[in-house]
Design a protein around this ligand. Sequence first.
Ligand code: NAD
Length: 339
Amino acid sequence: TTDNQSAAQQAEAQIQELRSKLDQYNYEYYVEDHPTVPDAEYDRLFRQLQALEKEFPEYFSPNSPTQRVGAAPSGAFAEVEHEVPMLSLDNAFAADEMNSFIRRVQDRLANTSELTWCAEPKLDGLAVSLLYENGQLVRAATRGDGYRGEEITANVKTIRAVPLQLRGDFPERLEVRGEVYMTRAGFAALNEKALASGDKVFANPRNAAAGSLRQLDSRVTATRPLAFYAYAMGTVQPARQLDDDSHYQRLQQLRQWGLPVSPETQRLTSSQACFDYYDDILARRDELPYEIDGVVFKLDNIDQQEELGFVSRAPRWAIAFKFPAQEKMTTLLDVDFQV
Ligand code: NAD
């Protein structure tokens, strides 16, 4: 009917508008390290677009911001192709969404008698990939669009928490993934210095970490208080046969090889325990030395992870359960106006 036609036309226009807005916000966030809208607003528009695309699949586009992870490399750094794509995470913003995630996982798995989860804080920094050959750090890269990132080895080598040489019985070739972030204290000190010398201050720790990591001069990066936590393994060669191949065990293994892993990481054996973990971390949010925007739950069993696989931009076996937004943008604008 004509009613349906005009609804579809309206939807198409709305989809186009949302896509171009989100493309612009992505560019500002990932390439310029200078967001102009709060994350909560970005997330709202993103979900609106996802919902419209689901309702009107005829307007699918492989180039939609919902189909990708971040922005393409900006061109200033050499490009690195990821051997295993570096994807994003699906989000849950409320308990019912978390429950439907757990139900989806249960429905898809052949054997769901015991689901074990690995729970980790979701640090608000940026993802990096570290490649170790014969125990030496030989390459570091940003996530980029998930398939190709930027080579930032010289900058990452300045981060004290990143080992340049692995310890113990490490594999010949190992890729580690984790989050580069800035502590609140480091961020405050950096901005104080910037204010005193009349330099531009950073909007928030995430922004400061991103800007510091993408410096073309690694001597500048070396003066920035960057920190790192590992949260996943990529390629491991030769592959290791672990008795109990679990994500949690892999993190413990990384720790033995010298990589820092968040002390808040926990293995949980029920959905209730996941909700309790969320509540506990949320209650301690402001006492943590770094900013987090939620917690991440990953299905702990690696075989089950492989059974579930991936959708376009995220694994089916993990979710970021986000915390309520803290409106950082207002302070950003205040500070920007002062400077
Ligand atoms: P995301 O931030 O929702 O989650 C994925 C990322 O979480 C990973 O790449 C990794 O860097 C990080 N992470 C932290 N702890 C982790 C852990 N323990 N295990 C695994 N990963 C962990 O998704 P995204 O694709 O990085 O970014 C999208 C988000 O960025 C949006 O939801 C929005 O809030 C924000 N954003 C804002 C703007 C803006 O203009 N304000 C623009 C683009 C994106």
